[in-house]
Design a protein around this ligand. Structure first.
Ligand code: CA
Length: 225
């Protein structure tokens, strides 16, 4: 899951970036409204954390503009202002949630999880394909009765493939949702990570679930015998 953080206070932005990365998200940071608009228009973010008091244009204008352009990325507004009118303006602009500063990282993470969960059919915390189960809240993976230990990046990749299952996901989409904008897409890193994941998910003796779809990308599904 890749998140855009629009926040002009460098310290706050760094704090949010660190907290989100530690929870396995890929993060891009925009320091003003114009940069936030450009990034959100050019990358398919899974979610956005947006400060209301952003320089040029402000957060409410950014989200209103995104919605006008048909960009429906779910947004949590951050604001030091508590007035009801601001809250209403933010939600009217098309934000999905609102968090008053100062906030705790734990609360931001919980709100973000809830927001992302609402995007999924069934609003569940577990995704299951065949005997593979991913628990998004506990951040654990199991195949049958076997626990699988994943790095944050592997977890993000598996989550993306399982959410799309049985449809394939292109390498471009994998890069866009699992890595951040500083990633050099000229490398072979997607194949490398898919192979890491295969070694853990499709152990010898188990039915392989991770399929290479030639000319398209990768899919996670059972193949009929
Ligand atoms: Ca600010």
């Amino acid at each position: 899951m890749r998140i855009l953080v629009a926040e002009d206070e460098a310290k706050v932005a760094a704090h949010i970036r660190k907290g989100l990365q530690e929870s396995g998200y890929s993060v891009d940071v925009a320091a003003d409204g114009a940069e936030a608009l450009w990034l959100a228009a050019n990358h398919p973010y899974d979610g956005m954390v947006c400060d209301v008091m952003l320089p040029e244009p402000d957060g409410v204008t950014v989200v209103r503009q995104l919605r006008r352009e048909g960009i429906l990325v779910p947004v949590i507004f951050l604001s030091a202002r508590h007035e009801l009118a601001d809250r209403v303006a933010g939600l009217d602009a098309g934000a999905d949630d609102y968090l008053a500063k100062p906030f705790s990282m734990i609360e931001l993470l919980a709100r973000l999880r809830a927001l992302l969960r609402r995007q999924r059919p069934g609003s569940v915390d577990q995704i299951r394909v065949a005997d593979l189960e991913l628990d998004l809240r506990a951040r654990t993976a199991t195949r049958g009765s076997l626990g699988i230990t994943l790095t944050n990046r592997e977890f993000a990749l598996l989550e993306l493939l399982m959410n799309a299952s049985p449809k394939p996901v292109s390498k471009t989409a994998i890069i866009e949702h699992v890595w951040d904008q500083h990633f050099d897409s000229g490398t072979n890193v997607v194949n490398v990570y898919v192979n890491y994941l295969r070694a853990k998910v499709d152990r010898p003796g188990l039915k392989p679930l991770i399929q290479t779809v030639r000319g398209v990308g990768f899919a996670l599904r059972e193949v009929a015998p």
